[in-house]
Write a protein that binds this ligand. Structure first.
Ligand code: EPU
Length: 421
């Protein structure tokens, strides 16, 4: 196994290119199951999760390969298999995105229940309810969800759950409805830019989707979808993570390709903290004053503050001049980084879905353990400003979702190295 060794204290200065969005690329890759002919995707990040989905798609008869330029070509070659097995699904939850496409195109989808993970329970009841509303029969078979249908039919579907809209459930239902007979309305749909990107891809393939980016999506089913060329949007969570790295290190970064309009809630909170964030010619410019003001943050579905930046924001607020508070309203158990940050000298107290953050003057380097993708990013950020050396173990979490993070950070002045354990 590998770890990151970080010597804190360097000010970050320069330009970081933002990669394509992981959470947009994965469902779009899964959508290729629906499509006749070839899809060419540009800006697909080179990540462990993407490689994992390529393997699953391969098992499902979809050839998914990159050319020399890095573009990914996807083409269905065999439609026999409709089973996404535990061995693959358990390694990556986003595998659940094949459910809607398999059902709509091959009339059968058997997908292993993904189970919980480090960020808490991750049920898929909304995915199943939405697909049942389109006419699918559902049963449980040996820990798998089995859905079958003769012909999907459009329906009015309410997709809100106890924590609001679901991103991948919206994706699954929207993908399936694209090939259903008639008209579908998805009410309480997720508004995330990644859902909009998927809808734009499907429309370019011939789907008739409107309302993407709002809580009501309408889909008029079509007979066939045809492959197209599409460029995946930039990763707003990667951009947000680097924005926070600039804020923490009193740095000055330009995030090339970053889209400020996808990060309004984050920009609002960072400005409250005293960070200077501006639109730049090629992306987003971030610089920081020395003093960090404390703030309150509540995570919410888009356009609220993203849960995927909660841990990183907590690392920042550890060093604010006063007391801050973060409440997690999307995944109320997503707090495994709290104990690790405390080991670096933070003063954090968790009470249910809220963490009280008493600002400290400094963090101190320590060996720490990554528990999930975004928690790992938070520990790296803390290491960038901690006194001494931090070792972040279990880097495979970070490789799932950040492309070449150590190269990008070292390129703007961070002292960070990947080492074997
Ligand atoms: N939920 C249900 N029932 C469902 C589905 C979700 O109750 O059937 C609940 C969840 O437990 C959670 C809330 O609804 O409390 C929202 O979860 P959502 O379904 O939106 O999450 P997801 O679609 O499984 C995607 C991202 C996550 C990101 C969340 C929230 C992908 C591949 N994953 O997950 O990304 O945290 O939306 O924005 O798009 C990450 O990149 O690190 C990551 C975890």
């Amino acid at each position: 196994m590998q770890h990151f060794e970080i010597v804190g204290g360097n000010r970050l200065k320069g330009t970081i290119p933002i990669s394509g969005s992981k959470n947009a690329a994965l469902p779009i890759m899964a959508a290729s199951i629906l499509v006749e002919g070839e899809t060419v995707l540009h800006n697909v990040p080179d990540l462990a999760d993407v490689r994992q989905l390529q393997i699953l798609l391969g098992r499902l008869g979809v050839k998914a390969e990159r050319d020399e330029s890095g573009a990914m070509h996807l083409r269905v070659e065999d439609e026999m298999n409709t089973h996404a097995e535990y061995e693959l699904v358990s390694k990556m939850r986003a595998s659940v995105c094949v459910m809607g496409p398999l059902l709509a195109k091959r009339k059968r989808a058997q997908v292993s229940m993904p189970g919980g993970c480090a960020i808490g329970d991750r049920p898929i009841d909304l995915h199943v309810q939405g697909l049942q509303a389109l006419g699918a029969d559902f049963e449980f078979v040996n820990g798998d969800v089995l859905l079958r249908v003769k012909k999907l039919a459009g329906a009015d579907i309410f997709l809100g759950g106890p924590f609001g809209a679901s991103v991948t459930a919206t994706a699954n239902v929207m993908m399936a409805a694209s090939l259903a007979a008639g008209h579908t309305i998805i009410e309480s749909a997720a508004c995330e830019p990644e859902v909009v990107d998927l809808a734009n891809y499907l429309n370019a393939c011939g789907a008739q989707i409107t309302g993407q980016g709002t809580p009501q999506i309408a889909v008029e089913g079509v007979e066939t979808l045809t492959g197209t060329e599409h460029r995946v949007i930039p990763d707003r969570i990667e951009a947000g993570t680097f924005m926070i790295s600039a804020a923490l290190t009193n740095g000055d970064l330009e995030l090339e390709g970053g889209r400020i309009e996808h990060l309004r809630a984050v920009v609002d909170r960072l400005r409250q903290v005293g960070v200077i964030v501006e639109r730049a010619e090629k992306g987003i410019a971030v610089s920081s004053a020395r003093r960090l003001e404390p703030v309150q943050i509540t995570t919410q579905p888009y356009p609220g503050f993203p849960t995927d930046l909660q841990a990183q924001a907590m690392a920042l607020l550890c060093l604010a001049d006063g007391n801050s508070m973060i409440t997690e309203k999307v995944f109320p158990d997503r707090f495994l980084h709290v104990g690790e940050l405390n080991r670096m000298g933070a003063h954090l107290r968790k009470a249910g879905p809220t963490v009280m953050i008493e600002g400290v003057k400094k963090l101190v380097g320590a060996p720490v353990m990554a528990s999930d993708l975004r928690a790992s990013a938070a520990l790296i950020l803390a290491g960038l400003i901690a006194k001494g050396t931090t070792r972040v173990h279990r880097v495979y979490h970070i490789d799932r979702g950040y492309e070449a993070i150590e190269r990008k950070l070292a390129g703007v002045g961070a002292n960070i190295r990947r080492r074997d354990d």
